[in-house]
Design a protein around this ligand. Structure first.
Ligand SMILES: Nc1nc2c(ncn2[C@@H]2O[C@H](COP(=O)(O)OP(=O)(O)OP(=O)(O)O)[C@@H](O)[C@H]2O)c(=O)[nH]1
Ligand SMILES: [Mg+2]
Length: 240
């Protein structure tokens, strides 16, 4: 067990869609940290990730929970449902991360510890010390461009506005109108940051090593990229 998280209780919310090979590895990594709990939000994955999550709940009673979603699937919708549940729990910090091991569970204590520097802590690929391993040039360029684009349109100052590895003070999340969010895909992550900073939230960034998924398939479709291109404009037009 790592002592770095000893003072703060954290709950990690992880959305899953077809992550059967990755989820057990992620849980094993997270359970190394004392005072860390996990909520899996599964979107009725056709590959049986939900049943694997059920088995993990049994193995780690009281530390791992699962929410089985039905109906329309979506990353943003899953986060809204999962985060609303998380806010009700007695925890200090609520974290978000991907299930595909791109976000290393070993780096979580550093993110949690940084909540004394910000209301939200971003695990950032684009601050000194941050890096991306095994991404083809095309993916690197897309992510770089997406960040410049988002920062230009929204005036957000964080270096990595699209990172899905984050920790929030519970009260900050609890004060956010999650039900009124307009994004559903990956742009949901940008909207969270935008809403938090508009109401005075402080952002801190700590470097992470992001590793391309080894198992399972990416869900980054053309439709997702298109939605992400429109979303920053919808955000600023709502506020003007
Ligand atoms: N519940 C839920 N989870 C989703 C959905 N789409 C993606 N996810 C999860 O969100 C996380 C990020 O999705 P990825 O497919 O890894 O997206 P990505 O990281 O941009 O793409 P890669 O870098 O190619 O892996 C993973 O844990 C996915 O399983 C969805 O519609 N519903
Ligand atoms: Mg991924």
């Amino acid at each position: 067990m790592t002592p770095a998280t000893a003072a703060l209780n954290a709950l990690v919310v992880v959305p899953t869609y077809n992550e059967r090979e990755n989820l057990p590895l992620l849980v094993a990594g997270l359970m190394q940290h004392a005072n860390v709990r996990l909520l899996v939000v599964d979107d009725n994955s056709p590959d049986g990730t939900g049943a694997i999550a059920d088995a993990l709940v049994n193995t780690h009673r009281g530390r791992v929970d699962v929410m089985h979603r039905t109906g329309t699937r979506g990353l943003g919708r899953s986060y809204v449902d999962g985060l609303k549940w998380a806010i009700q729990q007695q925890v200090d910090v609520i974290c978000q991360m991907d299930a595909d091991l791109s976000h290393d569970p070993a780096q979580l204590p550093r993110l949690i510890a940084a909540v004394d520097q910000g209301d939200v802590v971003i695990g950032s690929r684009y601050v000194p010390g941050g890096e991306i391993v095994n991404w083809p040039l095309r993916r690197k360029l897309l992510s770089r461009f997406a960040n410049i684009y988002v920062r230009t349109v929204t005036r957000l100052s964080a270096r990595d506005c699209t990172s899905g590895y984050r920790c929030w003070r519970r009260e900050t999340l609890a004060s956010m109108p999650l039900d009124r969010f307009i994004s559903d895909g990956y742009s949901f992550l940008v909207e969270m940051l935008y809403v938090a900073t508009r109401s005075g939230g402080r952002v801190a960034e700590v470097p992470i090593t992001f590793v391309e998924r080894r198992l399972g398939e990416s869900k980054l479709s053309r439709a997702v990229v298109f939605e992400s291109a429109i979303a920053p404009w919808r955000l600023i037009s709502r506020d003007s």
